[in-house]
Write a protein that binds this ligand. Structure first.
Ligand SMILES: NC(=O)c1ccc[n+]([C@@H]2O[C@H](COP(=O)([O-])OP(=O)(O)OC[C@H]3O[C@@H](n4cnc5c(N)ncnc54)[C@H](O)[C@@H]3O)[C@@H](O)[C@H]2O)c1
Length: 333
């Protein structure tokens, strides 16, 4: 099969390219390379690479592919606050335009990298795909709107699927430490304490970044009649955790580190648990490779091997917002 992956140089994208290639597929990647120089480890290259803005692609660029997997985005809630319009331009308008081009080019399938953040602060804790959406940031609003717009394009010849990913964590060659689990573990390695910015009570659905990539691979080959035009939560029911549980797990691994509740984040609007039954129902052959504990242990080993330091923790390269602030010029069309 021929796959076209946008955002293939990102935290999740590098896992996806590796998995698709391991499965024997042909992969083309398109990425603006915003995080050039930010790699944590060696990455697997796709067969063909377009280093550019996906908003500049033409229908011809997409002809002949079996599936577009669209991951390129401003992948950060706070970035949406810094420059809301950019988040809408890339994440919403750009994504809808890309889907239209894919349809025009005759690509039969379009998998969109959405987010569980579309649920926002839910009226109840355990949220499923049919529950009300309550996005609380430009980033989350953009994800909701893309689902709405792409569903208008769905027909017998064009199958969009919306993967509502839980919050990612874990090792990737394009590491991010601006995600809650990675941040707490990186802090423990760099500073010797685990700094939790809330009171630790908020719930989060968590999923390893490699398992998100795996979900793309499995949904691409799933029964089309079942997944067509569906929003599907990506994660596992047992993988909802309170932030304090993450801290406790890290402390068990690094008993010399103390847990500090700074409370500086105030009331955290992101407090929700998510149900993942639909994923199991629609794609029964899929299962997660990681529990949170296994994923933390794996990243811990990588931090030890690479001697992750305070300088690494304070540097820009693993924090998307810090890098993006200097790259805004690249994002103007
Ligand atoms: N990481 C998470 O916790 C998480 C959770 C849910 C959903 N998602 C979604 O999954 C996708 C990938 O997330 P990630 O964590 O790998 O993000 P990332 O920031 O690591 O990767 C995004 C990639 O997209 C590229 N990009 C951005 N704008 C582009 C443009 N206009 N043209 C071409 N390339 C562009 C960047 O260079 C980067 O390599 C995003 O859509 C994100 O919203 C991520």
């Amino acid at each position: 099969m021929k796959y076209f992956v946008t955002g293939h140089l990102g935290y999740i994208g590098v896992h996806l390219v590796r998995q698709l290639k391991e499965a024997g597929h042909q992969v083309t990647g398109c990425d603006l390379n915003l995080f050039d120089g930010c790699a944590f480890d060696n990455i697997v290259k796709p067969d063909k690479e377009i280093l550019g803005d996906f908003r500049k692609l033409k229908a011809d660029d997409l002809k002949g592919y079996d599936c577009v997997m669209h991951l390129a985005a401003i992948s950060n809630d706070p970035m949406g606050d810094l420059n809301e319009q950019l988040t809408y331009d890339i994440n919403l308008d750009g994504s809808v335009q890309l889907a239209k081009l894919a349809k025009q080019a005759g690509v039969p399938k379009f998998l969109f990298s959405g987010s569980c953040s579309v649920y926002g602060k839910g009226a109840k804790l355990d949220l499923a795909e049919g529950d009300a959406l309550n996005p609380v940031s430009a980033y989350a609003v953009s994800k909701v709107r893309v689902e709405e717009e792409l569903s208008k394009l769905a027909d017998a010849n064009f199958i969009p699927v919306y993967l509502r990913n839980a919050t990612a964590y874990g090792y990737s060659p394009m590491l991010r430490i601006d995600l809650v689990v990675n941040n707490l573990l990186a802090c423990a390695h760099a500073r010797g304490d685990i700094r939790i910015m809330s009171d630790g009570s908020p719930w989060r659905p968590l999923v390893h970044c490699s398992d998100i990539a795996k979900a793309f691979v499995y949904i691409a080959k799933a029964d089309e009649k079942k997944v067509a035009n569906r929003a599907i939560n990506i994660g596992g029911n047992a993988e909802n955790y309170q932030v304090k549980e993450i801290g406790d797990m890290i402390q068990q691994l690094m008993p010399d580190c103390s847990i500090v509740y700074t409370g500086e984040a105030g009331a955290d609007p992101r407090d929700y648990r998510v149900k993942f039954d639909l994923l199991t129902e629609l794609v029964p052959e899929f299962s997660l490779d990681y529990t949170l504990k296994a994923g933390i242990e794996e990243l811990h080993r990588h931090f030890l091997k690479q001697r992750f330091s305070l300088d690494d923790f304070n540097a820009d390269k693993y924090v998307r917002l810090r890098v993006l602030k200097h790259k805004l010029n690249l994002l103007a069309l």
